[in-house]
Ligand binder design. Structure first.
Ligand SMILES: *[C@@H]1O[C@H](CO)[C@@H](O)[C@H](O)[C@H]1NC(C)=O
Length: 148
């Protein structure tokens, strides 16, 4: 194999395993397009602020909790209730593999986050949101982004 193709191969692996960190405005656009603005009455700023404090916009963020369950992805969605990883006790209410919540394509993560907001009646599920975003003026979070 030529050096160039080896390099291409290595680069390919890197892009697969590398974590994707979204910028604030790129997320704002994706969230707006996915109709998160005012979803369940929560303005766009709430979702951007929440994603920041949950994952720092890191799509591959994973955190193992004390009970052994794992929080996945940009919204740190927990495996015990909302998605499916290996264990059987899980409820998987979002009907999605937890690994799908780590994708650059945020479609599955957004669908699941909407379901959580709907079924838990708000955004209190997210500790980061509760602590840092709830009740604050959140207009700065979409400032300078090309969203209305
Ligand atoms: C994103 O999260 C992954 C998994 O937790 C971690 O390995 C990676 O270093 C994080 N990226 C950044 C830029 O923090």
């Amino acid at each position: 194999m030529k050096a160039a193709s080896v390099l291409a191969l290595v680069a390919g692996f890197l892009t697969v395993t590398e974590s994707k960190i979204y910028t604030r405005c790129k997320l704002a656009k994706i969230f707006a397009r996915a109709n998160l603005d005012n979803y369940m009455g929560f303005s766009l700023g709430n979702w951007i602020c929440m994603a920041y404090y949950e994952s720092h916009y890191n799509t591959t963020a994973r955190k193992v909790l004390e009970d052994g369950s794992i929080d996945y992805g940009i919204f740190q969605i927990n495996s015990f209730t909302w998605c499916r990883d290996k264990r059987l006790s899980e409820k998987n209410y979002c009907h999605v593999a937890c690994s799908a919540l780590l994708m650059d394509d945020l479609t599955d993560a957004i669908i699941c986050a909407k379901k959580i907001a709907k079924e838990t009646q708000g955004m209190n599920y997210w500790q980061g949101w509760k602590k840092h975003c709830d009740g604050k003026d959140l207009s700065d979070w979409k400032r300078g982004c090309d969203v209305s």
